[in-house]
Design a protein around this ligand. Structure first.
Ligand code: SF4
Length: 229
């Protein structure tokens, strides 16, 4: 098994950061550190395998719905070896309340088999190897590698992308390019924290609809790009 840190998105250096982003980034980081000093993933897991499965399940679903389903799922299938024996139909009843569960059940069954075939049942610690697993994309790889193995990474989901644009840290809509902008603006050792803290702020204050700018600690310096009113 090879080992490498997450790969950078293609096109590095081709994107201009928004005006003032460099000065704003430290203010954002300071505010987030004040607001969410213990920011971490809200997915519940106890092994890299559980984290990988929970992250695959969390695509277009809430962490709450995933956390409600995974205890029984992990009891039945505690590792890749156990899950590799299951069919998608075996897995479906455990995740039926999670969005897109049929496709996710298919991916989990295939993912576990591939982990056995290629990685001895272990979650790979190489970015390209994780991305190659069924149901896992760049975001999943970043989440798994950062939370399970401590690699510096900024997974860009819908919250992180939205906040990056509103806060004037990126003008990009492509998550890979947002990731690139954030990597330029923040110290590497704070990337994992930044990912979690932006998600928390996106859930609690800067929601997609009706962001709470009136009570937001970042209102004084946030350009509120795209926010109406
Ligand atoms: S000021 Fe408004 S737009 Fe800016 S981060 Fe806060 S809630 Fe979001």
């Amino acid at each position: 098994m090879t080992s490498s840190a997450p790969k950078k998105p293609a096109g590095r250096g081709s994107v201009r950061l928004p005006r003032g982003a460099g000065a704003r980034a430290p203010q954002v980081l300071l505010a987030l550190e004040h607001l969410y000093p213990d920011a971490r993933t809200e997915l519940e897991f106890s092994t890299p395998f559980e984290l990988l499965v929970a992250t695959v399940l969390s695509a277009q679903a809430t962490d709450v719905s995933v956390n409600a389903a995974t205890p029984a799922l992990f009891e039945q299938y505690p590792d890749a070896q156990a899950m590799s024996q299951a069919s998608a139909e075996d897995i479906e009843p455990f995740i039926r309340r999670i969005g897109l569960y049929r496709g996710k059940a298919r991916n989990l069954a295939a993912l576990a088999r591939l982990m056995i075939e290629r990685h001895g049942g272990e979650v790979p610690n190489d970015f390209e190897d994780v991305v190659a697993l069924p149901g896992a994309g760049r975001k999943t790889a970043n989440v798994v590698l950062s939370n399970a193995y401590g690699y510096p990474a900024i997974a860009v989901d819908t919250h992180v992308g939205r906040l990056a644009r509103r806060l004037g840290l990126s003008t990009q809509t492509n998550p890979d390019k947002v990731e690139l902008d954030l990597q330029k603006l923040f110290p590497r050792e704070r990337w994992i924290f930044l990912h979690h803290a932006l998600i928390l702020h996106g859930r609690r204050v800067c929601m997609a609809r009706n962001p709470q700018c009136a009570v937001c600690e970042m209102a004084a310096f946030c350009p509120k790009v795209g926010v109406e009113g």
